[in-house]
Design a protein around this ligand. Structure first.
Ligand code: CA
Length: 238
């Protein structure tokens, strides 16, 4: 088995439009942690310009913006034929605005304040909806997991995994950068009711490290395990 190569071939390009520095910074950091390549602009005019110039995979769009209101950005973006999925952020929690946003071409809508994990989950759902089969594949460097076919490749070569090894790997890769507790991983494999087969998990982790790379899964002592996000700026996969 080849050494795990650190690449960003799986990176999604995302445009973040938010004029609040603190919130914008927090969202950008969270997105980058889960491997999105983020371009952040702080007003509506720049947002429209960016959407004209670049093909993004997703857009996160605040509504209250300087220069051009987010709703106007949305309308104009759809007018110029931008098909990119757009998730709208708004402080205005009324049904009227909700429907207004969706009518104007938003694909999803979140009301501030929101939980950043929920934002990430919604974005993943948007990816799945709009990219179909493509996003059934989770990529991490030279590893690719097909979550429909339940197959794994590394350097484009198939890797034989037991079902439970597959589930552990998938859970860790879906939550890159987030430490998964032993309990979370065990629940994921055996369901909520199970007795803790306490060393079974260690065996799966051991096997995954052996089959891929010793450094793939990091032990966080007393807590659980994590797959660290790939470092930014490293060369493409193969
Ligand atoms: Ca704002």
């Amino acid at each position: 088995m080849g050494i795990l190569r650190f690449g960003r071939s799986g990176s999604m390009r995302i445009l973040l439009v938010e004029d609040d520095e603190l919130l914008g910074g927090g969202i950008r950091d969270a997105l980058e942690r889960v491997r999105y390549a983020v371009e952040w602009v702080r007003d509506g005019a720049l947002a429209l310009e960016a959407m004209r110039d670049t093909n993004f995979d997703l857009v996160v769009l605040d509504l209250g913006l300087p220069k051009m209101d987010g709703m106007e950005v949305l309308r104009r973006a759809r007018e110029i034929g931008a098909a990119v999925p757009i998730l709208v952020l708004s402080a205005r929690d009324t049904t009227v605005h909700r429907i207004g946003g969706l009518d104007a071409g938003a694909d999803d809508y979140m009301v501030k304040p929101f939980d950043v994990d929920e934002l990430l989950a919604r974005l993943r759902a948007l990816e799945r909806r709009t990219r179909g089969a493509v996003v059934n594949v989770i990529r991490y460097g030279s590893i690719a997991i097909d979550t429909q076919a339940l197959t794994v490749t590394c350097d484009a070569r198939p890797v034989e995994l037991q079902r439970r090894e597959f589930m552990v790997l998938r859970k860790l890769l879906e939550n890159q950068g987030t430490v998964m507790s032993r309990q979370q991983l065990v629940d994921n494999i055996y369901g909520w009711d199970s007795d803790l087969e306490s060393n079974a998990l260690d065996v799966h982790i051991h096997n995954l490290r052996r089959k891929f790379h010793p450094a793939l899964i990091r032990t966080v002592r007393g807590v659980g395990y994590v797959v660290d996000p790939l470092p930014a700026g490293t060369p493409l996969g193969d």
